[in-house]
Write a protein that binds this ligand. Structure first.
Ligand SMILES: CC(C)(COP(=O)(O)OP(=O)(O)OC[C@H]1O[C@@H](n2cnc3c(N)ncnc32)[C@H](O)[C@@H]1OP(=O)(O)O)[C@@H](O)C(=O)NCCC(=O)NCCS
Length: 133
């Protein structure tokens, strides 16, 4: 099940994987922030945090609890997201983050630019997925 996390529900959540302080801070300070939770058997195992900025959406973070990685859950939440958000989507990723880049390419994100040394000396890739791709 995938559902949006509303700030009013944050305190009710008991889940050590989710960094509640970080999420609370983002929801309070980013007027465009939206968080999708991936819930399996009543357990939150992943989230996708994005900014819904008028004609564009920007993925700020996607994370699957490390015990559940490489099992298709990232694909599941990304499929829901790309089908629901009917907009161009952008993101930045560490060039060495192979699992994330594989996930993005699977959903037709394309490399648009390089940010030299953006991640502590490692290049960042700016990627974009065109609406309807
Ligand atoms: C990136 C992340 C969300 C992917 O989630 P996931 O549930 O592991 O992804 P999936 O199982 O759906 O796999 C997606 C694709 O990546 C590949 N993949 C996943 N983990 C991989 C690994 N460790 N090495 C190589 N390929 C990998 C899968 O094979 C799959 O491709 P395929 O369908 O063509 O076989 C997860 O690795 C994660 O939480 N990473 C830490 C946080 C992070 O780096 N987020 C991105 C910030 S920009």
């Amino acid at each position: 099940m995938i559902q949006e996390l509303k700030i009013d529900n944050l305190e009710k959540i008991d889940n050590s994987f989710l960094n509640k302080e970080y999420i609370k801070n983002e929801l309070n300070n980013n007027p465009y922030a939206k968080i999708l939770l991936l819930i399996e058997n009543n357990e939150i195992i992943g989230y996708l945090y994005y900014s819904d900025i008028y004609e564009r959406a920007e993925i700020n973070q996607i994370e699957i609890n490390d015990a559940y990685r490489n099992l298709g859950f990232g694909t599941k939440i990304m499929k829901f997201f790309t089908e629901t958000v009917d907009k161009n989507i952008t993101l930045e990723v560490n060039k060495e983050n192979i699992p994330a880049i594989k996930l993005y390419k699977k959903f037709h994100f394309e490399e648009k630019a390089i940010r030299k040394g953006y991640y502590n000396g490692i290049d960042g890739l700016l990627m974009e997925r065109k609406k309807d791709s």
